[in-house]
Design a protein around this ligand. Structure first.
Ligand code: DP6
Length: 398
């Protein structure tokens, strides 16, 4: 039987100016502009195959090997919009547009960062399902030969995910159109603009139950006065300043704004009633350590940022990775095996360098293994189409 299929690998992104709050829940139109770095797919990605065939009797989706119900308004909205756009572009026949869709998606985040990553590490999505909607959109758009911007469709899967449609540093513009057509992602610079930029994700041990970002931001919109000030004043100024800093490769300014924006986002969480608390003691310990090493060095070695969860994401330059890791390792001792503890790009594990010798005057974190592991990665080029497929020729998972 004829099966048309496309497979893509798609990345995650880490915001430096956070998206928090919607003006339209259904269309996922954000309250404010946001900006993120797209991470390299070598270390964290989802692979998704989408297929269509006249022989498929219904739409079906498998996530990490398990068939899930398609009964999700966000996924339905995305598939409908992809088909509408495909109809307008006229590249598929009306018959092909009637064919049912099979979607199969697998991610390596469970392996790369433990199950907590799905909910809160990189994306703070309420479930992998929503993230898969985004991953499917890229593959579906290719399969249905859609031209032009697809971030407005991806946005309907999960807001922040729409920034992963592009590599490098990407902004998501709020837009002014009430129907959301101009609420889109735009690349500011490709990954090649700032090749020295690195990312360390410090995965923190935590077992508290979390508030999903979707419901957390809803509650903030209803109750936080600080959110109003943030949206009206702070975010517009920061978007302008951080964009300039990225274009000039001015790490000091980039890092300061990144940390301030993360702090303000979590302050909005506390200003929400009842509050949304995402960082824990270890998260705050990491933030303190970063300020301490930046002060000791007399320059900014790293910037921290936290999403709707306790894990820290550090932006830093390649040359400073060994020093920052040495300080982290001193402060948060671990007895986990090296091969399991360090993931992603190779790391040079050294002792605390002279420049940071004062770090050794600090009292170390009281319990070993406060960090579960560390992922070392960099900015990447965005989603890519690949040849390996997750579906057999009969359209069922391999
Ligand atoms: C804290 O994209 O998960 O990570 O649009 O409701 O799916 P929905 O929310 P989501 O929100 C993520 C918010 C954040 C900040 C950010 O990535 O900009």
């Amino acid at each position: 039987m004829e099966v048309k299929s496309v497979t893509c690998v798609a990345p995650v992104n880490i915001a430096v100016i956070k998206y928090w709050g919607k003006t339209n829940e259904k269309l996922i139109i954000p309250l404010n502009d946001s900006l993120s770095g797209t991470l390299h797919t070598d270390h964290m990605c989802a692979k998704t195959t989408v297929a269509i065939s006249s022989r498929f009797t219904k739409d079906r989706i498998w996530l990490n090997g398990k068939e899930e119900s398609l009964d999700n308004p966000r996924l339905v909205a995305c598939i409908t919009e992809v088909k509408d756009r495909a109809r307008n572009s006229g590249k598929l026949t009306e018959e092909e547009l009637q064919w049912n869709v099979h979607i199969c998606s697998e991610n390596n985040f469970r392996l790369a960062a433990g199950s907590s990553v799905i909910g809160r590490l990189v994306y703070s999505l309420s479930s992998f399902f929503l993230l898969s909607v985004f991953f499917s959109v890229y593959a579906l758009a290719t399969l249905y030969k859609i031209d032009g911007d697809i971030s407005a469709i991806a946005r309907r899967g999960s807001g922040s995910a729409c920034r992963s449609i592009y590599g490098g540093f990407v902004q998501w513009i709020t837009g002014t159109n009430p129907n959301g057509t101009d609420s889109i992602a735009e690349q500011i610079v490709p990954a090649s603009h700032w090749p020295e930029m690195r990312v360390l994700i410090l995965v923190v041990s935590d077992s508290r139950k979390k508030i999903s970002s979707t419901s957390g931001m809803q509650r903030s919109c209803e109750t936080s006065e600080l959110l109003k000030h943030r949206v009206a004043k702070c975010v517009p100024e920061r978007m302008t300043e951080i964009t300039k800093a990225i274009l000039k490769k001015d790490f000091e300014t980039f890092a300061k704004i990144t940390m301030q924006d993360s702090n303000q986002f979590h302050a909005v969480g506390l200003d929400t009633f009842p509050p949304c608390v995402y960082m824990n003691d270890v998260s705050h310990g990491i933030a303190n350590l970063i300020h301490t090493i930046n002060r000791i060095a007399g320059r900014t070695l790293a910037a921290y940022t936290y999403d709707a969860g306790p894990n820290a994401c550090l932006y830093l330059l390649e040359k400073d990775v060994p020093s920052v890791l040495a300080a982290v390792n001193y402060f948060f001792p671990t007895d986990r095996p090296k091969g399991e503890y360090y993931r992603g790009l190779n790391v040079d594990v050294t002792s605390v360098p002279k420049e940071l010798a004062e770090v050794k005057d600090l009292a170390q974190w009281p319990d070993n293994n406060a960090l579960r592991y560390i992922i070392h990665t960099k900015i990447g080029e965005g989603p890519q189409i690949v040849s390996e497929t997750l579906l057999n020729s009969d359209g069922l998972p391999k």
